[in-house]
Design a protein around this ligand. Structure first.
Ligand code: ZN
Length: 289
């Protein structure tokens, strides 16, 4: 029998399976409340294929279009992000290709849902569309050949970046410049790995006010997802729900001399995952020193 693919969404703090525009609350579906914890289900992906199958023909608990989606992984323990992982983006940034994954963190407090407003922090706020890996098992020293076994699924993210803070001083402040509140929209769903015809070739793009800014594919990653999981797990223990922002292709604002302003709508898309819609609103910046 063919395995039912699954998409997991977070509705008001409860995990649900998305199917054909409807959602099925995991706690109601299984009578196992622990599964509705949006930070708990990802260790049980083996069951989720079967549960998604149970949703076929079942009356949905509600329609996705009628609810506000939260981040599918709302409180990750660790959030890794990879810089300069596409050659064309490294070139537009005027930087050499890194010899190993250039890794920083987006502190987990920046993670928000797929349609969250993002407060501006200054005049140099920029977009970076990225595929985001969600870890599904506690692991260490995972071989690249086994790496997909510890991946719960993939989602889409924006690595929103304040270039002013990011490039304050030397060495620069990647982690802080990318961790302001709401600088990490993810979603709209966590998608099972087997949803993709080629899990290493996922088209991603983003547009500002309808004008396309970035368009590429994870096929162009310098360090692919298997390599990232293996490399990071050779250093850090990984935990269920950990996120890896895999890097952004060319077309960011700093390469165009254009940054986000109040009222801008940033729309991001990934093949097989869906889209993020984030409006940029007035906010406050970093304290003056
Ligand atoms: Zn990035």
């Amino acid at each position: 029998m063919e395995t039912q693919l699954f998409r997991i969404v977070n509705i008001a703090g409860r995990a649900a399976i998305e199917l054909d525009g409807g959602y099925h609350d995991l706690g109601r579906l299984t009578s196992d409340e622990s599964l509705s914890d949006p930070m708990a289900w990802m260790t049980r992906t083996a069951e989720l294929h079967g549960l998604a199958e149970q949703c076929v023909g079942r009356a949905a608990d509600g329609q996705i279009a009628a609810v506000r989606l939260d981040a599918p992984i709302p409180t990750p323990r660790q959030v890794f992000a990879i810089g300069l992982n596409y050659a064309d983006h490294a070139a537009e940034s005027g930087m050499d290709l890194p010899p190993a994954p250039l890794t920083f963190t987006k502190f987990p407090s920046c993670i928000v849902g797929p349609n969250a407003d993002v407060p501006l922090t200054g005049d140099l706020v920029d977009w970076e569309v990225e595929v985001v890996v969600v870890i599904g098992a506690r692991c260490k020293d995972v071989a690249a050949s086994q790496a997909w076994d510890v991946v719960a699924g993939l989602t889409l993210g924006q690595d929103v970046s304040d270039r002013g803070v990011q490039f304050t001083g030397s060495p620069p402040q990647f982690s802080l410049g990318k961790s302001f509140s709401a600088f990490g929209p993810i979603g709209p769903a966590l998608v099972s790995v087997d949803s993709f015809a080629d899990r290493d070739d996922i088209a991603i793009s983003c547009a500002v006010n309808g004008e396309q800014m970035q368009s590429s594919s994870t096929a162009h990653l310098i360090f692919d997802i298997s390599t990232l999981v293996a490399y990071l797990s050779s250093i850090c223990e990984l935990f269920p729900g950990d996120l890896i922002f895999t890097g952004t292709p060319d077309g960011v604002g700093i390469g165009r001399g254009r940054f986000l302003v109040e009222g801008d709508l940033l729309e991001s898309e990934a093949e097989g995952i869906g889209s993020l819609r984030n409006r940029f609103v007035a906010g406050t910046g970093v304290m003056a020193l």
